[in-house]
Design a binder for this molecule. Sequence first.
Ligand code: ADP
Ligand code: MG
Length: 322
Amino acid sequence: MDEFTLIRRYFQPLQQRQKEAGEESVSVGIGDDCAVLNIPEGQQLVVSIDTLVEGTHFLADTPPEQLAWRLLGASVSDLAAMGATPSWLTLALTLPHADEAWVSSFSSALSEATKLYSIQLVGGDTTRGPLTLTAQVHGFVKKDAALLRSNAQVGDLICVTGTLGDSRAGLETLLTNVPADSVVEYLQQRFYRPQPRVSTGQLILPYASSCIDISDGLLGDIEHILEQSGVGAQINPAALPLSAEIMHFTDEHTAKEWALIGGEDFELCFTVPPEQWISLQEDLQSHDVQITPVGAICEAKGLQLFTQGEWRVAEANGYNHF
Ligand code: ADP
Ligand code: MG
């Protein structure tokens, strides 16, 4: 199967569906030299790109459906962290050979994922080489309203979405080959199918002072907010939101460790000025994603954890003693 047949058969149809839905943001999509796109009045374009390389970011023989969900989930999570609304996707695929079954499975999962995240495939590139998948995602945010990493203030509360550590636990179940049951399945889904918190990002937009998505682990990622905002943080491990499933799968100490330094949760970590807290709570009443305060921004630089009855300085990746 040549490149053009492959594009026509497996990627162009994704766009057809969107056309039928009456989307008007795309003047020209797949099939010309470039896509021609329309940015709504008063909005800014928010762009991010992510690459998955076989052997580096995923194991050889990972099912293509899982790759599609991981690729898109992780990329759209970056849009969520800016408070942006997803709009367009471009996709660069490097394939070792034209394996039609592989492309077909990948394309149907991608179709499902783009539908779920309301993002439109508008172009891409297809080449031959070691299996590599690159997604560039685009979104909109009202002019100058994007949630940055750089605006956390002393006294702000630090909050996280969902539960933390599940993805790391899911990886553990894969590495140790534990028999499947409903707990294991849940944790593996959390690993394979990150749920980008797009609606939460938009909801917190008017209230939050800074935001990041948790891809490397809470401690490592909040460090970026601290650096760019020139502040420090205190985090209480006792407050970390842990799922019933992770508590079932491992002991509390390990669960907290995974919650703090395990990667790929794709939850949001954001800061909220205390005077915004009540209004945020009101808006959260009809929101289906759990939000948990886990600490506060402080003046003293660095990161402190409340362990063994006192605040102790923590290293982003050296969380061993609590
Ligand atoms: P060019 O040679 O001008 O780069 P290509 O032959 O690479 O054009 O691509 C033809 C069209 O197909 C372009 O509109 C491109 O955006 C689209 N395309 C190529 N690969 C993909 C892909 N994997 N997913 C979506 N669109 C693709
Ligand atoms: Mg090309």
